[in-house]
Design a protein around this ligand. Structure first.
Ligand SMILES: [Mn+2]
Length: 339
């Protein structure tokens, strides 16, 4: 099992002991790990008698709304005044599953105006300097797994009940692509074994996440694969791009394109994938890789983005066409690594 710095654990214990109003925040476009890790932590703190609120910058996907405790989540967009009050009243601010205040988008100003001490709980490399106490564990596949270790080291393992375990399991499952990447170490399976021992509905969780899509999403996926996927065999690379017009045509809802970036990995030999989505004033890019090829470096060095070795993202201000072209033009530079 992972061991954390005991001084940090003690400092967190002290901070929690002194706090009554805990505000938990996670990143824009929250995913299964963002929601799972924050809900897992929030439920335990609630069991400990604290008032706990969770804020996401924008709405989160409908296929995560069944998760136990999700009624604690407030979406900043549309509830700005209420979130401002929560930030003002908070006496502890937990930042889970992100490493940069900018990941809160327009909620950042309101949240970080809070005078509460800031605790980072995250697994993304190179966190920005914005917290007074940090648990940054970049070798873990998910923030949910980190929350599990923190709860245990705080002596709160008895609070990890079926609901908490369901949230943490969901986060680990989604951030490792159903245990297909970022989990090649035994510890994660010890955690999963313990979570399953709490009686979580493991098979139902899988179904609730992955068999919970609209027919529009399936048709959009079919369109992406049939019409939009570009495979470049000499660089073992494939990418998909979608314009706003195309998204509208398929009555796109937030979260509908979740996971599309991984689709080309089903093709033999693919090592690098990219997924480009046109937004109102920028292009949102997701990069994924298999093996040693670092999409974190690719995103950082060329698109002012970042993430992990095998999963990274960026936003780019040029048109969809020129953003895609920039990516394609970069490939020869990486030819050696993509062999
Ligand atoms: Mn994560």
């Amino acid at each position: 099992m992972k061991s954390l710095n005991p001084n940090d654990v003690n400092r967190l214990k002290e901070l929690l002991g002194k706090s009554q109003n805990v505000l938990i925040t996670t990143h824009h476009n929250a995913d299964g790990d963002a929601i799972g890790s924050t809900l897992g932590m929030a439920l335990v703190l609630k069991y400990e008698g604290k008032k706990v609120d969770i804020v996401t910058p924008n709405n989160y996907p409908h296929f995560l709304k069944w998760m136990p405790g999700s009624e604690m989540i407030k979406v900043y967009r549309g509830n700005e005044a209420e979130v401002k009050t929560l930030a003002d009243e908070a006496d502890l601010l937990l930042c889970i599953d992100y490493n940069d205040p900018a990941r809160l988008k327009e909620a950042a100003g309101t949240i970080f105006a809070s005078r509460a001490p800031v605790v980072l709980i995250d697994h993304h490399p190179e966190p920005k300097d914005f917290y007074s106490l940090g648990f940054s564990e970049i070798d873990l596949g998910s923030a949910s797994e980190l929350v599990y270790h923190i709860l245990r080291e705080l002596g709160l393992e008895n609070r990890i009940d079926k609901d908490v375990a369901t949230n943490l399991y969901t986060g680990i499952m989604t951030d490792t692509g159903c245990f297909s990447f970022s989990c090649s170490y035994p510890g994660v399976f010890e955690v999963v074994a313990d979570l399953i021992s709490k009686g979580i509905p493991k098979d139902d969780i899988h179904s609730l996440i992955y068999d919970n899509y609209s027919d529009a999403r399936m048709r959009l996926m079919g369109y992406c694969l049939n019409e939009k996927m570009v495979v470049i065999p000499e660089y073992n690379t494939a990418y998909i791009s979608l314009s706003r017009k195309e998204l509208e045509k398929f009555s796109h809802l937030p979260g509908d394109t979740e996971g599309f970036v991984n689709l080309p990995f089903s093709i033999k030999g693919i090592k690098l994938t990219a997924f480009f989505v046109e937004k109102k004033d920028h292009v949102k890019i997701s990069f994924r890789s298999r093996g040693d090829f670092s999409v974190n470096d690719l995103a950082r060095n060329n698109f002012r983005g970042g993430g992990h070795t095998n999963a990274a993202g960026a936003e780019w201000d040029l048109s969809l066409e020129s953003t895609v072209q920039r990516f394609v033009d970069l490939l020869p530079e990486y030819a050696g690594q993509l062999k």
